[in-house]
Ligand binder design. Structure first.
Ligand SMILES: Cc1cc2nc3c(=O)[nH]c(=O)nc-3n(C[C@H](O)[C@H](O)[C@H](O)COP(=O)(O)OP(=O)(O)OC[C@H]3O[C@@H](n4cnc5c(N)ncnc54)[C@H](O)[C@@H]3O)c2cc1C
Length: 264
């Protein structure tokens, strides 16, 4: 969600822990200042992931944008870890685990682009996927009744259990002819879900210089360009012409029930 429109800013992006705009003068000290600002507002859960060039620690919380012209404005986009990082997300953004599988076709031509669509099937089964990308396997995501809650985002369960594999097997056997129903690979991902399925986007309640962008509820990838544009507006202009009030982090939003938020 970095935008070059945020001129005069420097940023740290947690993806491979790359510091963007490294030639930005004083980047390290400004990142520390931004971090101090976050800490001062009660954000928790930061991890020291790097040493600054001048030897001091740089703590990064997802994506940080520190705009010196606006006295420590910070964008916090910590993904599924939102409830660990900011109090506004503590009861409203629930981390859930998603598992996807890759399957081998009998005849890969039947699942090639042009023969097989990008699809999102609802009704008899809720599943999505796309044609083979690697010329060998087909990715299918199969919804389960409420993806399991992850209570400790530092220790996400990576084992894909027998019950889930049986569910995948039964679904692929029935709905995807020509695919071997046992996946040759699975991946585990974690995503933060709100109760209304909409993200929290904008100034955090009580700490307006922290801009939250989290709780994308399984849809953040496709909306990333628009979300990034709105964030750039908020950083650059202090507001946006786009009507994003329905995403405001301080909107009335039902919290997740306590039994969902704490392990049994
Ligand atoms: C399996 C799966 C399939 C999906 N499919 C789709 C799809 O088809 N279409 C779609 O639109 N969306 C999809 N999504 C959702 C989409 O991927 C997310 O909504 C989107 O990635 C959210 O972007 P983000 O930048 O807010 O968070 P993320 O991409 O999660 O990035 C947040 C980053 O912050 C880092 N971080 C958090 N806390 C700290 C900390 N304290 N210190 C340092 N770093 C920290 C994390 O490591 C992470 O790299 C899918 C998600 C999953 C898991």
């Amino acid at each position: 969600m970095w935008s070059p429109r945020a001129r005069g800013s420097c940023a740290a992006l947690s993806w491979r822990c790359v510091v963007l705009a490294p030639r930005c003068p004083g980047a390290a000290s400004r990142l520390r200042a931004a971090q101090g600002h976050i800490g001062g507002d009660g954000v928790a859960g930061e991890r020291v992931v790097d040493e600054a060039a001048d030897g001091g620690p740089v703590r990064r919380v997802g994506l940080l944008v520190h705009d010196e012209r606006r006295d420590g404005l910070v964008v916090v986009a910590p993904g599924a870890r939102a409830r660990d990082v900011h109090p506004a997300a503590r009861a409203t953004v629930l981390p859930r685990r998603l598992v996807q599988g890759w399957y081998l076709p009998d005849d890969v031509r039947a699942y090639a682009p042009g023969a097989f669509p990008v699809f999102d099937r609802v009704g008899d089964v809720t599943a999505y996927g796309f044609p083979t990308v690697d010329g060998a396997t087909v990715k299918i995501g199969i919804y389960t009744a409420g993806h399991p809650v992850v209570h400790d985002t530092d220790h996400v369960p990576l084992t894909v259990g027998r019950g889930l594999l049986d569910h995948f097997h039964a679904t692929v056997s029935r709905f995807f002819p020509g695919l071997h129903p046992d996946p040759v690979a699975t991946t585990v991902g974690v995503e933060g879900y709100t109760t209304d399925g909409q993200p929290l986007l904008g100034p955090a309640p009580g700490t307006p210089r922290i801009l939250l962008a989290c709780g994308f509820s399984g849809a953040g990838f496709k909306f990333a360009p628009a979300i990034g544009d709105v964030l750039a507006d908020l950083v650059d202009e202090g507001g946006t012409a786009r009507d994003v009030r329905f995403l405001a982090p301080d909107r009335p939003l039902a919290p997740w029930p306590p039994e969902a938020l704490t392990p049994a």
